[in-house]
Design a binder for this molecule. Structure first.
Ligand SMILES: NC(=O)c1ccc[n+]([C@@H]2O[C@H](COP(=O)([O-])OP(=O)(O)OC[C@H]3O[C@@H](n4cnc5c(N)ncnc54)[C@H](OP(=O)(O)O)[C@@H]3O)[C@@H](O)[C@H]2O)c1
Length: 306
């Protein structure tokens, strides 16, 4: 909601892409979400105006039960230019970037509760950068924040397993894990169960596979899966989004499942996930429509920013 261009699967892009229009939509989604019981709100510096919009909304409303999460490690560089040809965000897991972005994000305290490494990978060196790990530990000690990582890609479970072992001054550093898990990408199931059993906070992102759970002829590989989702949608009288979200809730019972709704209508449709349960048999059918992580993440990397 904080930047005009991202991975958008749907074909109708006939919306006002001005910053003012996005801000108005963001505030209406946040207000409606709060009204309907949503309490966790997730953002990042690389989501354009995401942090600024959330902070302004938070200050204005002053709800004492709102829980905010943000991240550090990517910088938004598209500067609201439409059809921006280059990379919209640049990754940098250095101590300098952490210090720079923390200076901005710390203004979200005291509602800020989760501070996450944005897309931890082996390549970025974050898991071995002692100066960065020590600074995260210092932030945790001085603010009481939960320090976390977010993961993406084929080797999410390896990154999570490695991050779980990291200690600073004899204390485990990471408390929360924001992970992609959905009907098509279930390769982290076991590691997520282990995390939840050991008391870590699990936050699921991309529960709708960025919108790929909605029937589309652009994804012929999912035709059989779309049939399953359609049958369940008709049975429970909700959309494929609610079925996919409910699957994540029932199969894992994570602390939070993120909704990537970009307007109030989508939000309301997503929240229908809270109105029914899936049977064990239905869960097993949904387990069977997963794809191989290699296929899933290759496809994900080819989705256009638009
Ligand atoms: N590395 C990371 O840490 C990372 C990466 C990705 C996401 N995240 C977090 O996870 C959140 C969710 O991720 P996401 O937005 O990528 O994933 P998502 O929930 O899998 O997909 C959301 C998209 O699905 C479409 N959608 C949702 N409900 C719909 C409905 N009822 N009808 C039609 N379309 C609908 C919308 O597409 P349109 O907007 O095109 O309509 C929406 O943007 C993000 O907001 C972010 O906070 C974190």
């Amino acid at each position: 909601m904080g930047r005009p261009e991202y991975i958008n699967i749907r074909t109708n892009h006939d919306i006002d892409k001005s910053e003012t229009a996005f801000k108005n939509t963001t505030f209406s989604v946040l207000n409606e979400a709060y009204k309907l019981g949503v309490r966790y709100f997730d953002t990042a510096p690389s989501y354009g105006k995401g942090e600024a919009f959330l902070q302004e909304w938070n200050l204005k409303n002053n709800h004492n039960d709102v829980v905010l999460g943000t991240k550090w490690g990517y910088t938004y560089v598209a500067n609201w230019q439409l059809d921006y040809a280059g990379k919209h965000e640049i990754k940098e897991h250095s101590l300098g970037k952490l210090l720079e972005q923390w200076e901005v994000s710390k203004h979200m305290l005291p509602n800020l509760k989760y501070y996450q490494v944005h897309s931890a990978t082996f390549d970025s060196g974050i898991l071995e950068n002692q100066a960065v790990l020590a600074e995260l530990h210092r932030i945790k000690e001085t603010t009481g924040l939960h320090i976390g990582i977010t993961t993406s890609g084929e080797n999410q479970k390896e990154v999570i397993s490695e991050a779980l072992k990291i200690e600073v001054n004899g204390n485990l550093l990471f408390d929360s894990f924001q992970v992609s898990f959905n009907v098509f990408e279930q390769s982290t199931f076991e590691v997520l169960c282990t995390l939840i059993k050991s008391g870590k906070t699990v936050i699921i992102k991309e529960a709708l596979a960025n919108g790929r759970v909605f029937e589309s002829e652009n994804f012929p590989k999912y035709q059989a899966a779309y049939k399953v989702l359609k049958q369940l949608s008709e049975k429970h009288k909700v959309g494929a989004d609610a079925i996919a979200l409910r699957f994540v809730i029932d199969v894992l019972q994570p602390a939070y499942v993120l909704s990537g709704a970009s307007n109030v209508q989508q939000l309301k449709a997503n929240l229908k996930a809270l109105d029914f349960n899936l049977s064990e048999e239905e869960i097993n059918v949904l387990k069977s429509i997963q794809t191989k992580p290699e296929f899933y993440w290759n496809e994900r990397s080819e989705l256009a920013w638009n």
